[in-house]
Design a binder for this molecule. Structure first.
Ligand SMILES: [Zn+2]
Length: 309
């Protein structure tokens, strides 16, 4: 008897498997500096090709054709470079029989149509023999330029609704491109990162409230939150370290509309929050007064301040 697993069921299972794999990798903080043996043990990569699909693995059984799992980015080809969170990955062009390259390219397109993330292996910055694992979604590709454009993300995004997924192998061709829901999420991540970049360009990379000046520890904090329509515009933002971003969002402190002072909630102080500034006048650009006013007069801010007294 032939037992047929539908594409949607297969994709749901494979999405869960990749999610689990990524949770395990990132939870232990060991998605970086993996020895080749560890990479093989995880089933992430084996062999020589740049694009990896494991035809012998359990997960590949019942798959709708080859669905790529891992891309190897050695950085040997200068064009295959990661800039920020974007990876431009060139189609393989090897001396093997042409079908090899073609199958690999198709397997990446199939992962994209199914809305599945790919693992990207890059050389560890300190030891090239070790690999770091990144996670990415193919948001577009260009057959003329022979390249995939991949957005690197920090978490597996939810799988698109069944009606956005192809049901048959023929559909996969018709459904070319990431499912709309997934594409929207990928673009949102891009936008968040662009916002942080814009904020850092406008104000510098130092926390507006303390001396931390390490870009990885600085976030673009929205003044008017996105949830109530705040724009991804640098004037609606401030560079804040993780602690001060949390303190700001929790109304442990309130910044005067004109940036001329900071008020603290009862129980905390400038000292206890390790704030080193008295105001925002040191910033090379001022945030929007309107945005600060709107933030300070938002229902959430009013409720928080009412609880102060
Ligand atoms: Zn800070």
């Amino acid at each position: 008897m032939i037992f047929f697993v539908g594409i949607i069921d297969w994709t749901t299972g494979e999405h869960a498997r990749r999610l689990d794999l990524w949770s395990r990798l990132s939870a232990e903080g060991d998605a970086s500096g993996l020895a080749p043996d560890a990479v093989r043990a995880l089933g992430l990569y084996r062999g020589q090709a740049g694009i990896f699909f494991d035809g012998q693995a359990d997960w590949a059984r019942d798959a709708p054709g080859r669905v790529a799992l891992t891309l190897l980015n050695t950085g040997k080809t200068y064009a295959d470079s990661i800039v920020g969170d974007r990876l431009e990955y060139h189609y393989p062009s090897t001396n093997r029989p042409p079908a090899f390259d073609r199958n690999e390219i198709e397997s990446v397109k199939r992962a994209q149509s199914l809305g599945l993330p790919l693992f990207v292996l890059v050389n560890n910055a300190y030891k090239a023999a070790l690999k770091d694992v990144r996670l990415g979604y193919v948001d577009t590709y260009d057959d003329d330029a022979e390249a995939f454009f991949i957005t690197l993300v920090d978490a597996v995004l939810p799988l698109a609704a069944a009606e956005q997924l192809p049901e048959t192998e023929d559909d996969i061709e018709l459904f070319g491109g990431l499912p709309k829901q997934t594409l929207r999420l990928v673009q949102q991540r891009n936008q968040q990162r662009r916002f942080k970049t814009d904020v850092l360009i406008r104000y510098g990379s130092q926390c507006a409230l303390c001396d931390i000046d390490v870009p990885r520890l600085i976030q673009g904090a929205h003044l008017i939150p996105k949830s109530i329509g705040g724009a991804d515009h640098a004037q609606n933002g401030l560079p804040l370290c993780l602690n001060h971003h949390t303190a700001f969002d929790a109304f442990l402190l309130v910044i005067e509309t004109d940036g001329s002072g900071i008020t603290y909630a009862p129980g905390v102080s400038k000292e206890s929050l390790r704030v080193t500034r008295d105001d925002l006048t040191h910033l090379r650009a001022a945030p929007s007064k309107r945005a600060l006013r709107q933030y300070n007069s938002s229902p959430a801010a009013k409720a928080a301040r009412a609880a102060w007294v």
